[in-house]
Design a protein. Structure first.
Length: 286
């Protein structure tokens, strides 16, 4: 199934004005992958926005686990259309229940004061880092059976985690992680689709960064981990056909929750997007 295209995930069916349906990919997790809902909800919001306005941020809450075997319906509310900005609210619905909310803001591109404080981390080049898919295939017996069966759905985004082997070790380490990512197949699509694709990819390996100081592997069967909220800001145009470095860190965990933040750089060292997420991290008795 290597022919699966990343952009196809964001080709939504129009049910009626403001109502859209997206097909689901089963990635072999316990529930629907949160990144899918992020990307599709943004794509649905774009369907209602005047051409030329570009998403600059969204804020979301995950309310219920989604079912990866069922499509998701997106109900878009037009909150405001001003001279420069547009705001949209999106509900994601399965089986008549709201599983997710997004508020997204769009802007007519404008010139303004610019600065960038963070410096792109010095890490191995993507060509020198093993693809996660190759790592999973080499460690096939260490990954859960549902994910073994779903590997083809992980291929549309080429993700290369620096020091990927640490994911399977229980040793305590610093709460930082770096991954390279890009679309595996060339995306001939609008900026809106590239943004949706990056929103999708931004949920990969993110919350589990908070586990690292605790020496808990993401494969631990007593672990319950789930996204609560996710926010994203787009600073510059996104090109998923080129390598992007996702630098993640977890500044805090407590109260059975972990907080992570991310900075996404292009290969020129420009900060193109920022992310924040909080999620549930709970150990339970077997």
């Amino acid at each position: 199934m290597s022919e699966i295209k990343l952009s196809s995930l964001f080709e939504l069916e129009t049910v009626e004005a403001g109502i859209y349906r997206g097909q689901s990919w089963d990635l072999g997790f316990r529930a629907l992958f949160g990144g899918q809902v992020l990307g599709q909800a943004l794509a649905a919001a774009y369907e209602t926005v005047e051409a030329g306005r570009v998403a600059h941020s969204f804020h979301t809450y995950f309310l219920l686990p989604g079912d990866a075997k069922k499509p998701v319906v997106y109900d878009v509310e037009i909150v405001r259309d001003g001279r420069s900005f547009s705001a949209r609210r999106v509900k994601a619905i399965q089986d008549g229940r709201n599983i997710f909310y997004m508020t997204a803001s769009f802007q007519v591109p404008q010139e303004g004061m610019e600065h960038q404080n963070p410096i792109m981390p010095d890490v191995p080049a993507p060509e020198d880092v093993q693809s996660d898919i190759e790592f999973y295939e080499a460690n096939f017996n260490k990954i859960a059976r549902p994910m073994q069966e779903a590997l083809s759905y992980h291929k549309p985004v080429d993700i290369r985690t620096i020091d990927a082997a640490n994911s399977y070790h229980s040793a305590k380490r610093e709460p930082t992680r770096y991954i390279w990512l890009k679309a595996r197949d060339t995306m001939n699509a609008s900026l809106s689709v590239h943004q949706a694709a990056l929103a999708y990819a931004s949920d990969y390996h993110f919350l589990s960064t908070s586990l690292q100081p605790h020496g808990v592997a993401v494969t631990d069967k007593s672990l319950r981990i789930a996204t609560i909220d996710h926010a994203m800001w787009f600073h510059r145009p996104i090109n998923m056909n080129e390598w992007l470095l996702y630098a993640m860190e977890s500044p805090f965990s407590g109260g059975a929750r972990g907080l992570v933040r991310g900075q996404i750089f292009n290969q020129s060292g420009e900060l193109v997007a920022s992310t924040m997420q909080e999620g549930l991290m709970r150990k339970v008795d077997e």
